[in-house]
Write a protein that binds this ligand. Structure first.
Ligand SMILES: [Zn+2]
Length: 337
């Protein structure tokens, strides 16, 4: 069980192999984002609405601006500290955006690339091993099951696995592998006889939700008492994102909350889940080391308060020890309200 096995920075050749798929995805996303913006880079009238903190509802007028990108103002809540986009795309625009965009196809092309799929499969095995060490086996629901890497790893580890996924091509891919997945949005698409589940997986889901607490309440209702919830979200406090700011590919429409080591456990506690395991994985060390020494050292000092003497000597272990990896990974347990 080694998280470095799926760290692209440590797998020579993977970046070059994925570069064409990745840049096609970035171009498609960029094009999709721009369709909703005017010449000044602000949202077109009616495309978005402004909101307060989605976690504690403190007014966005009292929050501090962290950065601006693609018409979004990322604010840090004055009360709970969560970083969130003040603007959220209206639901009608959001659906239109998914249907009309090339981004979903480009994302699918990346997912089925053998190099990418190999990393995803290794990560899925790691995630299920971590979960298994706490939870044993049982029934598991993967929300956003994509092309089925987690469903496959779960079945292989002895779980009964089911998935729900919005992309029809990804669902077809699952079914070709005899994996159980339904097409649609959670929770509407679930079969009535599914659940309650012993575990729920939400990898790269929470950041997309305009109202994460309402969604987590529904998830909790679909879980057994003492059930396990596995969360992966982009780490807003990662070293690479701190270096890149608004240019980082995690800053995008669709990511409405930006979690950090300091804010995710509190949000989960408010939703009735206690943290049982928490770390960062995926270092992006190669992308970090592509920046000049002084840029890396400045970001490191900003995040840790420590002086980084030799940026070239930075290792993936240093990055994760400081919780500065690219993804936050947590396993939480449902507790009595
Ligand atoms: Zn707040």
């Amino acid at each position: 069980m080694d998280k470095n096995s799926f760290d692209a920075a440590l797998r020579p050749g993977v970046r070059a192999a994925l570069a064409p798929s990745n840049s096609a995805l970035r171009r498609a996303e960029d094009e999709t984002f721009r369709r909703l913006l005017d010449e000044d880079g602000q949202f077109l009238p009616g495309a978005s609405f402004a909101r307060d903190c989605p976690y504690c509802h403190t007014a966005s007028a009292t929050a501090s601006l962290v950065l601006q990108a693609y018409g979004m103002h990322l604010m840090r809540c004055a009360d709970c500290g969560l970083v969130y986009s003040r603007e959220v795309i209206n639901r009608a625009f959001e659906q239109q955006r998914y249907q009309a965009s090339q981004a979903a196809d480009a994302n699918m092309a990346l997912k089925i690339d053998p190099h990418y799929a190999a990393l995803e499969q290794d990560k899925a095995r790691y995630v299920m091993a971590r979960l298994g060490s706490l939870a044993g086996t049982g029934s598991v629901l993967d929300i956003g099951s994509s092309t089925g890497a987690l469903l496959q790893a779960a079945e292989a580890a002895g779980w009964t696995a089911r998935g729900v996924e919005i992309n029809p091509a990804a669902v077809a891919h699952c079914r070709q592998q005899q994996l159980q997945a339904v097409c649609g949005e959670y929770p509407c698409a679930l079969s009535a006889d599914w659940g309650p589940f012993d575990a729920v997986l939400m990898l790269d889901v929470l950041e997309h939700l305009p109202d994460p607490l309402a969604f987590l309440a529904r998830v909790s209702a679909d879980m057994q008492p003492g059930g396990w919830l596995v969360i992966q979200v982009p780490n807003f406090r990662s070293l690479l994102l701190t270096i890149e700011g608004g240019r980082n590919n995690n800053i995008c429409h669709g990511h409405w909350s930006y979690f950090e080591e300091q804010t995710l456990p509190g949000l989960m506690r408010k939703a009735g889940f206690e943290m049982r395991f928490f770390e960062t994985y995926i270092s992006e060390l190669d992308r970090i080391l592509a920046y000049p020494d002084e840029v890396i050292a400045t970001a490191w000092q900003q995040l840790t308060g420590q002086v980084l003497e030799q940026p070239r000597q930075l290792t993936v272990e240093h990055v994760h020890q400081a919780m500065l990896g690219y993804k936050l990974f947590g396993i939480f347990q449902k507790v009595a309200a």
